[in-house]
Each structure stands twice: as C-alpha cells, then as structure tokens.
Design a binder for this molecule. Structure first.
Ligand code: NAP
Ligand code: SF4
Length: 680
C-alpha cells in the first residue's frame, strides 16, 4: 500500500490508446552505451533497473536517424533492420519490469563532432570545429525520410514511441531560429518557413507509425541565445506540431552553446517550471516540465497545481534508479539526490567517456559494479566519514559486512560539509542526508568524535581496515605564511573568520573558485537564491518576449574585491569541469575578480601580498590572503610497509584523499569506496 503524499505525481496518465503508470519521465541522457552494439546488454541492464524502480516513461539517449546526424563518429544510429536485435534487448528489459520506453531521435545538425555535419545554413557552432554544409532541397527530403524510417524501425523494435529532439540547439532548433537559419528558400525567412522541417517530420512520422504510438516532441521553450525565438513563435510552432500529430510535449531550455546555465547545481530548482506552464496553457496535449527538478516535492507541486502534466528528470535517475518506488513507499529521505555537479555524467559525455554518476558509481555500470551479499561477512573498520568513507561503509554494510565507521569530528560529511556552504552548492547537503539515512538503515556502527589509533584498530580485531582519513590543506612555503592576514580556506568556509573587503586567494583550483564565490556572496541575501534574483543576475526573461528569452543582466555590485592567483601559465580554472567551469569563470568575471596566472609569491606582510608576474614585482594591498593551495594526504594509520599484514592483523586499504590527494575529487572518492567495499 502506498504511504506517499505525492499522489498527483504517482497518478496514471491516460493517453487514450495507452496509459502511463505515473507522471514521471526519465529524460534522455546520453550514456555512451548506445553508441556501440556490443554495449546493448549493459544498456538494457541500466534501463531495466530504472524501469524496476517504478518510473512511468523512459526516454533513451539520442539515436541518430542517419550518418549526417551523428553527434560523434559512429554514434548510435537506427537506420537498418540489422540494428533491431540490440534495441529489442532494451525494450524487452523495460517491458518485463512494467515500464514504457521511447527512443529519442536526435539529429545533431551543426553540433555534430564529425565531418558529415549539416544544418539549415553554413554557420559553424562554437562547440564543434566542423562547419556544417547547408542541407539542399534533396538533403531535406532525405532527412525527413530518414526520420520516418528511424521511427518505423523504433516501432519494429517494440518501443512504445519516439521522442523527436527539437530543443537544445540541435538540427530542428537550428531550422527554427534565425540565428542559424538564414536560408532564402521556402525553408527559411518567416516562422512558417522555418518550422516546415519539424512539422513535415512530425506529420510524416505520425502517418507512418499510426495513431497508437507515442510521439513526444521536445520543444525549446526558451532558447537563451541571441537570435532565438520569441514566445509567440514558440506557441505558433507548438500548436502547429500538435495539429501534425504530437502526443506529448516535452520541454527543453537553452541551447548547448548558450552562456546561461540551465542545469548546473547553482540554477534554482524548477527554475523554468513557469515557462512550461505557459506552454501547457497554449496546447491541449500533455506537457512535461524539465531542467533542475531533482526531488519529488517540486515535481508534485507542479502537477498538483496544474502547471504541467508530467515532470521529466534525467540525471536524478542516474543518481537513484529507485527514485519513484521510494516516493511511492514514503521513503523520500532515502533518495540519493542528483546534486547537479555534472562531473560524472555530462563531463564524461563531452570527454567521450561512459556517463555515470558522482553519487552513484553503479550508474552505467550495473553489470560490472554489483553489491552482492557476501557469504563470508567480515568485521570492517572504516576510518573517516567523508565521501570516500561514507561510500565504503554503506556499500560494505549493504554487502552484509559488519561495519564500524570512525569519525574524528562530531558529524559525517568531510569535505562535503564545507562544500555545501558555498553559494550554489546547497544541494551537497542532500548527499549527507542520504548517507546519514543509509548509515542508520544498514546498521553501520557510527563512532563520532573519535580519532582512532592503530593500536585500537588492532585491539578490536577487525578483519579489514579502510583508511578514508582524507586530506589536510597544503601550507605553501611563502615568506610570511604565518602572518595574521593569512587564513585557511577551511576557517573561511566554516565561517570561523570573516575576511575583509579586499582578499587575495592563493590557488585557482576547485577550492579557490569555491572560496571566491563564497566571498562574493552578500550574507544579507538568503540562500539558495530565488528564481527572480537568479534571472536578474544572468539576464533571463522567463516571459521570453524576444530574442530567445535574453535580456540585459542586472547583477548586484561585487561584495568584495578579489584576486585569484595561480603560478602556472594559462587560464585559471582550466581544470574545472568542462560543463560547469565556464559558469564559475563567468560569475567571477561578472564580479570583476582579478584572475592572475604565472604568479610568483614573494612574501606576505602588513602591506599585503607581494608577488611578481612575468618578473614585474607588485603588491596586492589586501586585508587577507586565503590559502587554497591544494591538499596533502592524511594516512598516518597506514602501515609503513606494503608487505602483507602479519597473521591475525587486519588488511589495510587506503581510498580517496588518503590514497592520493592530487586531483582528489568526490567522484573518485565515492567510486573508490564503493569498488573496494564491493570486492571485500
Ligand atoms: P587543485 O584543484 O589541485 O588546486 C590547487 C591550486 O593550488 C592550484 O591552483 C595550484 O596552482 C595551487 N598550488 C598547488 N601547490 C601550491 C603551492 N605549493 N603554493 C601555491 N599554490 C599552489 O586543488 P583544490 O582546489 O584544493 O581542489 C581539490 C579537488 O577538489 C580538486 O581536484 C577538485 O577536483 C575538487 N573540487 C572541485 C570543484 C569544482 O570543480 N567546482 C570545487 C571544489 C573542489 P599552481 O600550482 O599553478 O599555483
Ligand atoms: Fe547528478 Fe552529478 Fe550524478 Fe550527474 S554526476 S547525475 S549531476 S549527481
């Protein structure tokens, strides 16, 4: 029996010819598995777990209708009878679990990173080095034909329907907007001409697949680029597509080349729900909201209030395959929440690696990283309750081991406790809530306020000791580093000290950027920032009067004057995530942060920080200097020798920062903890 309060979210949706079991869509996510035929068994296992987890409607990653539409060379394509067997592995897996699945047809247009790219006009995109060839009249006809063939094949492969990708700046969006469609023939100029391609595709696909096949169209409701469509145009396109045979509208926000973030963690939750609601008011078919919806309360509110009919979440299903079942059984506090970091999903996709999830390393690896019940339970000590330790402890307990988790401070979380204090990273608190709940549920014995000793670990007779003792901040050897002006980033982020109005930050890695954003925030403004304030800061008009919803940004005055410094040459923040680093750099630029590279640190004294850049000496007259100069491993409990322990002694393991502080990040820490615990 359901014990949920999310009744609207869980209510079935009757489409006339078929019924969806609830209002939750697992949105399309490119995993990389769909690109290689030999990975389809893994892809089927990935979708099976999500269908078993209760989601109403799944959408696959983008599958191209032809070679010209590839995102990457030899990307997933459905254009032949020979592809069907692989796709049937996926549809069978989902149907066996009572789910429904659509195949997304995605033609990349000028976003393709391959030499066959085409578009409406020969205008290169800023995110691919390949200039597109404009489609000829014949090319357009064959593209429509390829979409129809792809949809028919999807039907033959037993998909419940297709999603036609018309947003995010891909081919159909490129035809729709003047930014990329400068044609002078019947496919360019007026909106009636620019929308002919998506319209013809929908009309002919509907004709080919019949009435009883879901045709979801992902429409761009806010392009967020210069030369994007106005709201009137969006509505005109939607109404024409509805007439042509669309069953459901999914919504998309922002082209990939947009310089407005739409899904990173600093975007307020459900920021674009009001725009999706305006679309619902303009069409008769069901409308799905998307973008930065990661927990059921927001989703429930949107449906209960009648704003939209369904809610799409993509990354939240990487983070937790069981999301819907947990909602349905009143276990929302057990959801492993997507924190919008992009580090293991989109950053992997853009690096041509398999997508996974920072908080759930099993995502995309369902057949390879399995948390099997052990037949030989062992007594396991995990030392350190940061991301690595929490992950190791919970997975070891899930596998049936008897686990004690030691933590020297008064609470779990490690570096996450600090990260969640950074403006825009409030979601990190969700990961702590998830681990705290699972430590409790799985019966992990949590020992707080205890700096455990090696003697104690030996005396207590553990079989396995996992050292997840983390890191200590590096103290660089700069003359005057002990001057009272010098602060540690931990003290700053924990609010133990309040720096003055002029601050230099030594080190421009992830933590240097975090500290900069923390210091730029005016404490009088409550966090997380409201949707209205966020729109003002970034220049977003949710009414989309014109120009794809862009207006002049109106950010507040910088709260402090900051210098962000690094010794190496090149762009500060070059090591940040590909899909989120630009957002952090944009925030700092907007706040006039002086970012200096090639810096040599001379000394720190009452006058400030003395540096030289390219041999030119300079004094930064700052009130404080914050050290963000990287980390060093803390693994004092590790035996000196690599030799095997003497009989009767536990086996020692090191994970996370305790193993390697360089390039430490939570993704590696959580994955290492899980992999080790699963193999004990
Ligand atoms: P980091 O990214 O390795 O950056 C350390 C910074 O300190 C570098 O800018 C480095 O630049 C400088 N540095 C290193 N040794 C120094 C020395 N002896 N004297 C002066 N400067 C020195 O490390 P982090 O910032 O501590 O971040 C730790 C990890 O957490 C990162 O690897 C990252 O994955 C993760 N993280 C990521 C994010 C994010 O992506 N938003 C946020 C927070 C944390 P120079 O050597 O050029 O001076
Ligand atoms: Fe969400 Fe980060 Fe996982 Fe991606 S890697 S699904 S953004 S938590």
């Amino acid at each position: 029996m359901s014990t949920t309060t999310h009744t609207h979210l869980l209510r079935p949706l009757n489409l006339g010819f078929t019924t969806l079991r609830n209002r939750v869509v697992m949105g399309s996510m490119h995993t990389g598995l769909e690109d290689r035929y030999y990975n389809y068994p893994k892809l089927a296992a990935y979708f099976r777990e999500r269908a078993r987890g209760g989601v109403g409607l799944i959408v696959t990653g983008g599958i191209s209708p032809d070679r010209r539409g590839w995102l990457l060379p030899f990307g997933g394509t459905l254009n032949s009878f020979f592809d069907l067997a692989n796709h049937r592995l996926v549809t069978r897996a989902v149907h066996e679990e009572g789910g429904k699945i659509l195949m997304q047809i995605l033609h990349s247009g000028r976003y393709g990173y391959q030499p066959f790219v085409v578009s409406a006009s020969a205008i290169k995109s800023p995110i691919s080095k390949f200039k597109p060839r404009p489609l000829s009249e014949r090319g357009i006809a064959s593209t429509i034909h390829d979409y129809v063939r792809c949809a028919k094949l999807a039907q033959d492969a037993d998909y419940d329907g297709v999603e036609i990708m018309g947003s995010e700046g891909y081919l159909l969006n490129q035809f729709l907007c003047k930014r990329t469609n400068q044609r002078t023939d019947d496919w360019g100029g007026s909106i009636e001409n620019r929308m002919r391609l998506p319209l013809e595709i929908v009309r002919q696909v509907r004709e080919a697949v019949g009435r009883k096949f879901i045709l979801m169209y992902r429409i761009s409701i806010l392009d967020l680029v210069d030369g994007g469509n106005s709201w009137e145009e969006v509505v005109q396109v939607a109404q024409a597509l509805e007439q042509a045979g669309v069953t459901i509208f999914n919504t998309g926000v922002g082209w990939h080349e947009a310089r407005i973030p739409t899904i990173v963690t600093s975007v307020p939750r459900a920021a674009f729900a009001s725009v999706a609601a305006r679309l619902k008011a303009s069409v008769k078919v069901p409308v799905v909201a998307s973008n930065r919806i990661n927990m059921p309360d927001e989703a429930e509110a949107m449906i209960a209030s009648g704003q939209v009919d369904m809610v799409s979440m993509a990354r939240p299903f990487l983070a937790d395959a069981e999301f819907v079942n947990k909602v349905a059984t009143g276990r929302v506090d057990e959801i492993n929440t997507c924190i919008g970091c992009n580090q293991a999903c989109l950053d992997h996709t853009f690096a041509n690696q398999r997508a996974s999830c920072l908080v759930n390393p099993r995502a995309g690896h369902e057949t390879e990283l399995v948390y099997r019940k052990t037949t030989q339970p062992r007594r396991v000590a995990v030392v350190g309750a940061g991301p690595a330790g929490m992950s190791a402890a919970t997975v070891a307990a899930e596998c049936g081991h008897e686990v004690t988790l030691f933590e020297s401070s008064d609470s779990i979380g490690g570096q996450f406790k600090v990260a969640m204090r950074v403006p825009g990273k409030e979601e990190f608190a969700q990961t702590l809530r998830y681990f705290a709940r699972h430590i409790e549920l799985l019966g992990v014995k949590l020992v707080l306020n205890q700096r455990v000793t090696r003697a104690q670990l030996l005396a207590e007779g553990f079989d396995e000791v996992i050292l997840a003792t983390g890191i200590v901040p590096r103290k660089p050897s700069i003359e005057g580093v002990d001057h009272p002006k010098v602060l540690s980033y931990l003290d700053v982020l924990q609010g133990k000290v309040t720096p003055g109005k002029q601050v230099a930050i030594i080190g421009a890695g992830g933590i240097g950027f975090d500290v900069a954003e923390f210091l730029l925030h005016d404490p009088a403004i409550s966090l997380p920032v409201s949707i209205e304030r966020w729109c003002q800061e970034w220049g977003v008009d949710l009414q989309a009067q014109a120009n794809g919803g862009l207006v002049a940004p109106a950010p507040p005055e910088p709260y402090r004057q900051l210098f962000l410094l690094q010794r190496k040459a090149g762009k500060p923040g070059a090591g940040l995530g590909k899909t989120s680093g630009w957002v952090h750099r944009a925030v700092l630029q907007r706040n006039d942060v002086k970012m200096l590279s090639g810096v040599a640190y001379e000394r720190i004294d009452d006058a400030g920080l003395h540096i030289s850049v390219d041999g030119m000496p300079r004094v930064l007259p700052v009130d404080h200097v914050v050290l963000c100069a990287g980390q060093e491993s803390l693994a004092e409990l590790m035996p000196d020798t690599k030799a095997q322990a003497t009989p009767g002694e536990p086996r020692f393991h090191r994970i996370g920062g305790a193993a390697l502080a360089t390039e430490l990040d939570a993704k590696r820490a959580i994955r290492e903890g899980a992999v080790l615990a699963a193999r004990l």
